[in-house]
Design a protein around this ligand. Structure first.
Ligand code: ATP
Ligand code: MG
Length: 266
């Protein structure tokens, strides 16, 4: 079954695409349907969500991508964002954006055994994250409050209203054992090996920005280096990452707090 069929696509978006030749579906995430659309106008990516929570995330992603469009970061340009009510009153959100070349870091590393090439790619992964953290945060993303406090409030809301991996006990622990304050920067908010694209051995794209914020860069670093099948299983991958990032900004406890604690609610 196809996650997005041409009949469902809103007219506004069909108009900007022109005739569609083909839609290809990459490995799908949990919150959205994503299609790479080959049309008269070229290649674009269409991302669709269909619940209140995920529609809000997609709207935020579109807002963040717009606010970063003048930065040096490799993020897709937004072509269109549309919310549309269907016959059954379900509201879908649609984001049409630029297609960035490359494959996810996860899929690239799965088949990469040359230690030199691995080092260079993971080094670049760390370096790109450093670039992200030193990019001036657009004013429209700078909320006045503390990012971690906001995340803990949201975690409580998600725990009460949605299905999350975190438990009430874990949330209590996170609230009482907050790590020491750290300088806030622009952050991605979901900086995993699935949300970074690689082309010809270099990081070519950073996607999936709904968690973008003025926040704690230790969160991005923690999510980036989580051990996964065939990556970050060894000290050499960690070394490559931090060589690229330039600095080890997290302790073991802080890694645990963010990657095995806070992330369980999102
Ligand atoms: N702008 C883009 N250019 C090229 N490929 C893209 C682009 N956006 C998304 N993709 C492809 O689609 C896949 C899913 O996209 P994305 O990560 O934005 O959504 P998601 O994973 O479903 O979202 P979530 O992680 O919130 O569930 C990506 O892994 C990538 O392969
Ligand atoms: Mg994703």
């Amino acid at each position: 079954m196809e996650p997005i069929s041409q009949q469902e696509i809103p007219d506004e978006i069909l108009k900007s695409l022109g005739d569609i030749h083909q839609i290809i579906f990459p490995r799908q995430g949990h919150t959205s349907d994503v299609g790479v659309v080959y049309s008269m106008k070229g290649i674009a990516v269409l991302k669709r969500t269909r619940s209140k929570q995920f529609n809000e995330w997609l709207k935020r992603e579109s807002y963040i991508l717009d606010s970063l469009s003048n930065s040096q970061l490799p993020v897709p340009k937004v072509f269109d964002f549309v919310e549309k009510t269907h016959q059954n009153d379900e509201i879908h959100a649609w984001l049409l954006m630029e297609y960035l070349q490359g494959e996810t870091l996860r899929s690239i590393m799965f088949n990469e055994y040359d230690s030199n090439t691995r080092y260079n790619i993971i080094f670049d992964f760390g370096r790109k994250l450093r670039e992200l953290h030193t990019t001036p945060c657009p004013v429209e993303l700078k909320s006045s409050g503390n990012w971690l406090d906001h995340m803990l409030t949201q975690a409580k809301y998600y725990l009460d209203h949605y299905n999350v991996d975190g438990t009430p006990q874990l949330l209590e622990e996170l609230i009482t054992n907050k790590p020491k304050e750290f300088k806030q920067t622009l952050i991605h908010g979901d900086f995993t090996i699935d949300n970074v694209l690689v082309h010809e051995g270099r990081i070519s794209g950073i996607i999936d920005w709904s968690g973008g914020a003025y926040g704690d860069p230790r969160y991005d670093v923690s999510l980036a280096i989580r051990p996964k099948q065939k990556i970050f299983q060894s000290l050499s991958d960690h070394k490559a990452f931090f060589d690229g990032y330039g600095e080890k900004i997290i302790t073991h406890e802080e890694y645990h707090y963010f990657a095995e604690g806070l992330y369980e609610f999102f």
